[in-house]
Ligand binder design. Structure first.
Ligand code: RTP
Ligand code: MG
Length: 140
């Protein structure tokens, strides 16, 4: 299995409830290492750019509103099989379908306010990391 990097966000619904530490703990316990981290309050324009792939979806406006409504913690996670492992720890997009022990089962409020984001493939991980971080900010 290869060591990979993936991109993760702790969304405003979670930072607002002071869950940055609790969520990071679950990621670390799953064997992922935080190799870059910063807190950002993204603008609507940054949120629209980040989620451009969803711009035709009916929930796009709501998603941009919510992601620019408060601070987000953006992170790069490193570890074996990091992309799939992170998705596993996050749990299903809709928290009512998330498995016991996952971040979304424990903390998400709704499908829109679902506490975390994680890249879904190597290509999107590389793009999403580059959207928020320069190489010098990542310390492996
Ligand atoms: P993410 O990208 O955030 O890690 O989550 P995901 O792959 O599980 O979900 P995706 O389909 O990529 O959707 C991105 C985010 O949009 C919000 N969403 N709202 N109201 C809705 O029906 C709806 N559907 C999706 C969620 O916050 C989701 O994480
Ligand atoms: Mg997604």
């Amino acid at each position: 299995m290869a060591v990979e990097r993936t991109f993760s966000m702790i969304k405003p619904d979670a930072t607002r409830r002071n869950l940055t530490g609790a969520i990071t703990k679950l990621l670390e316990e799953a064997g992922l290492t935080v190799v870059a981290s910063k807190r950002v309050w993204m603008s609507r324009r940054e949120a629209e750019g980040f989620y451009a792939v969803h711009k035709e979806r009916p929930f796009f406006g709501e998603l941009v509103d919510s992601m620019s409504s408060g601070p987000t913690v953006v992170q790069v996670l490193q570890g074996e099989n990091a992309i799939a492992k992170n998705r596993e720890v996050m749990g299903a997009t809709n928290p009512t379908q998330a498995e016991e022990g996952t971040i979304r089962k424990e903390f998400a409020l709704s499908i829109g306010e679902n506490s975390v984001h994680g890249s879904d493939a190597p290509e999107t991980a590389a793009q999403e990391i580059a959207y928020w971080f320069s190489e010098t900010e990542i310390v492996g």
